[in-house]
Design a protein around this ligand. Structure first.
Ligand code: GLN
Length: 196
């Protein structure tokens, strides 16, 4: 299985390290030719406006969209989720793949970053694990304000804020599983790729 990690900017090295721990050697994606032969793609956290501008400059928008249209799995974490969305409330380069409305920086500034023990019952059930929460790191994180048809909610904070969604082969999380030692979200994505 060949997994790509979009490596234009942001926390891509941490995703690469986590995948290696899970026994997968990923490929860093910077150019359209790097997409060749991939079975799944991860887009990291960082800064979604910068990521979008760089993806536009490197002509990656159409290859990533076509990858999704070919039903190959994509997972966006934080800025990656924003980049995948259809609507973020203002104009910036978006892939328009995930039928969600996202609010950027929904918890405030960098100083308002936090860690939460997030219930992930659907993920745990799919992995056949005991249902324990995921220690999720939120760094200037977005939330999903509303979901369109066909989008399932995978995780919510206690106040109901939506922080993980899945639309068939497309996955989006507000938090940063690559910054923890917990490989469950990555394993969930790898299973999605395996079963797609
Ligand atoms: N606040 C960033 C944005 O709007 C996302 C932050 C992150 O990826 N940790 O793009």
């Amino acid at each position: 299985m060949q997994i790509g990690v979009l490596a234009l900017q942001g926390a891509f090295a941490e995703h690469v390290a986590m995948l290696r721990r899970l026994g997968v050697t990923p490929k860093e994606v910077r150019l359209p030719c790097d997409m060749e032969g991939l079975d799944g793609l991860i887009m990291p956290g960082g800064e979604s406006t910068v990521m979008g501008k760089l993806a536009t400059a490197f002509k990656l928008i159409d290859p990533i969209r076509n990858f999704a249209y070919a039903r190959k799995p994509i997972w966006g974490t934080c800025a990656g989720l924003i980049f995948m969305a259809r609507d973020v409330g203002h104009v910036q380069p978006l892939l328009d793949l995930l039928y969600v409305k996202v609010e950027r920086n929904a918890f405030g500034r960098q100083v308002d970053s936090f860690i939460a023990d997030l219930p992930i019952p659907i993920v745990n059930k799919a992995l056949g694990l005991v249902d324990t929460p995921f220690r999720a790191m939120f760094i200037r994180a977005p939330i999903v304000k509303s979901v369109g048809q066909g989008v399932d909610i995978l995780a919510q904070l206690p106040d109901g804020k939506i922080v993980a969604v899945q639309q068939e082969h497309l996955l989006g999380t507000s938090f940063h599983p690559e910054l923890t030692q917990d490989g469950r979200m990555h394993q969930y994505f790898l299973n999605l790729v395996e079963n797609s």
